[in-house]
Design a protein around this ligand. Structure first.
Ligand code: ASP
Length: 571
């Protein structure tokens, strides 16, 4: 006999009279001495079972043993409920199953938390994830994950993309994070890095003539864990040959819209708006601005250049935001405190400094009654960053964000290089394989500070969903970028000899993108972090509460790998 021939949540009034077998978990059980009611649950929903000793003495006896989360198999007739017993809150609320055969397929020890309990501590949820996965929330999220990925795969397939599997264990890929290392027993002292992304392999696919590559690729990056970051995560990774930037953006937009449609959500309008990096930094103080609200940053540097107010006059950059409300002295002091924590020297409120300003300055700021202008005077990067953070902080505090909006947009035209505090030289902004804007190749070495790259980011409500670029496909240009980054010929050959060789053997122009699938799904599911859409995530310390990993290994195992631990061993 089949384990089941009907799903709990799918039985309706029309099924009355049918004899069915259902199987699932005990959601609740109400024992009225004689009659026992069980809400039986599978992923489609719940159905009420009625076990009456008058119908089956054996079933009634079994029913008294049932506890929450026992797995049951029940057979009986679907019967319509009396009108006064109809439960309008349940999709199956018009019927119940009058059980005459009942089997306990599996029992459960007392539960560490109830499935309908609110605010269960997250580590406990993760420790017993198999229970947590039975909740409606996790069922919905994991199934949404599947729906969205299936839709994306369909888009990729329709557009001729080929799913190519690339190695996990590889050489370090420069994506800006630390590598996870894997020692190699057969070559003690040497390590594979777990791929931070398939970046170079997908470029090699282009050289190899797979001109539309994609993969839902797992990537590993050793970074601190946050709401939108786990050590391992998945990317929709794609690469295309013989394309312009717009072709790549078009595919990505189609994937986003396809996933929205499959999830039954209202898709964002295409094409997504574009914002240049320079504009984003100026107006929003961030390269991933949340565009669901205004509070745009204004620049006052020109107007305040000749100011009587010393703080303005001497600052390389003066910027401000206008907030549609006034602040008390203590509120202002608190905001200033926060701004200082972000690195500002101060946060000037126009009302407090207006006596130092000229009529012309006041007019230029044009602040209406009931609004407040807050200024930062500092280096440009500090003014942008602090006001960008302040903008977000105030939007949350003052509930200025329209959470019903989905603001997707592209940020484009990033600088190719940024100055590295760590190395004191130039480093890549995206990764070293990004091409400059066409025609700017000469400036790569001549003027690295100002050369723009063909790099683009996709932003959704202030979350960076992913990045991509048009790549360098000429070895000599690639070498120029490496030189700007301070790599001599020997280091270039050592680290990237295979890439330089490939670029010299017929590399087509190409470009691509990678989108963090887990971030995307978390936002699609309206969840605050990616752990809620990941089956078995790790917690902030990097531990897995379920398996207890990571764990120490005995010295004998380490010795085989040529490894000896330094210092006191951590538990
Ligand atoms: N490999 C890049 C990343 O992981 C994406 C890309 O440039 O395609 O961010």
């Amino acid at each position: 006999m089949a384990w089941r021939d009907a799903m709990c949540g799918e039985l309706r009034a029309e099924d009355a009279g049918r004899r069915v077998t259902v199987a699932g978990w005990t959601d609740t059980r109400r024992d009225h001495g004689g009659l026992v009611f069980v809400d039986l649950r599978d992923h489609t929903g719940k159905v009420q079972l009625v076990i009456n000793p008058e119908h089956s003495a054996a079933a009634a006896e079994t029913a008294h043993e049932i506890r929450n989360e026992f797995v049951l198999q029940a057979t009986g007739e679907v019967v319509a409920r009396a009108p006064e017993l109809v439960n309008p809150n349940l999709s199956t609320g018009q019927i119940e199953v009058r059980v005459d055969e009942l089997r306990i397929l599996s029992r459960s020890t007392p539960l560490p938390f109830q499935l309908d309990e609110e605010n269960v501590e997250e580590t406990l949820r993760l420790r017993y994830r198999w229970l947590d996965m039975r909740t409606e929330r996790m069922q919905r999220n994991l199934r949404l994950n599947h729906t969205a990925i299936t839709a994306i795969r369909r888009v990729m397939d329709e557009r001729g993309f080929v799913d190519v599997w690339t190695p996990t264990m590889t050489r370090g890929t420069p994506e800006g994070a630390r590598d996870f290392l894997t020692p190699v027993r057969l070559q003690p002292g040497k390590f594979y890095a777990l791929a931070q992304s398939p970046q170079l392999f997908k470029q090699l696919c282009m050289v190899g003539g797979i001109d539309r590559y994609y993969q839902i690729a797992t990537c590993w990056r050793d970074e601190d864990l946050r709401a939108d970051r786990q050590f391992e995560f998945r990317q929709l990774d794609l690469e295309m040959a013989f394309v312009e930037r717009e072709d790549v953006l078009d595919v990505m937009e189609a994937c986003v819209v396809g996933a929205f449609e499959a999830a039954g959500a209202e898709p964002p309008q295409r094409p997504f708006p574009h914002l240049t990096y320079a504009d984003a930094m100026l107006r929003y103080g961030s390269d991933k601005p949340d565009l669901r609200f205004g509070l745009e940053i204004q620049d006052a540097t020109e107007v305040t250049r000749g100011s009587e107010f010393g703080v303005f006059k001497n600052a390389p950059c003066v910027r401000y935001v206008v907030v549609p409300r006034t602040f008390s002295r203590s509120e202002q002091a608190r905001l200033e405190e926060v701004a200082k924590e972000w690195g500002a020297k101060g946060l000037a409120n126009l009302t407090q400094i207006s006596k130092f300003l000229s009529e012309q300055e006041l007019q230029a700021f044009g602040v209406e009654e009931g609004s407040t202008a807050l200024f930062v005077a500092d280096e440009e990067a500090v003014a942008a960053r602090v006001l960008g953070l302040l903008r977000l902080h105030l939007a949350h505090e003052l509930a200025l964000i329209d959470t019903s909006l989905d603001a997707f947009h592209w940020v484009t035209d990033f600088p190719l290089f940024e100055h590295s505090e760590e190395y004191g030289g130039w480093t890549f902004m995206h990764h070293p394989f990004t091409a400059s804007v066409p025609g700017e190749e000469e400036r790569i070495e001549a003027d690295p500070e100002h050369v723009l790259g063909q790099h683009y980011d996709l932003i959704w409500n202030g979350w960076e969903l992913g990045s991509g670029s048009i790549r360098i496909h000429e070895a000599q240009v690639q070498q120029a970028v490496f030189r700007v980054m301070g790599m001599d010929e020997e280091e270039q050959r050592d680290k990237f000899g295979f890439l330089l060789d490939a670029l010299q053997m017929g590399a087509p122009p190409h470009g691509g993108f990678a989108m963090g699938i887990d971030r995307f799904i978390a936002l699609l599911a309206r969840e605050p972090d990616i752990r809620q859409v990941t089956a078995f995530p790790k917690i902030a310390s990097g531990a897995d509460p379920l398996t207890g990993a990571p764990t120490p290994y005995p010295d004998s195992a380490l010795k085989e790998l040529g490894i000896r631990l330094l210092g006191p061993q951590l538990e």
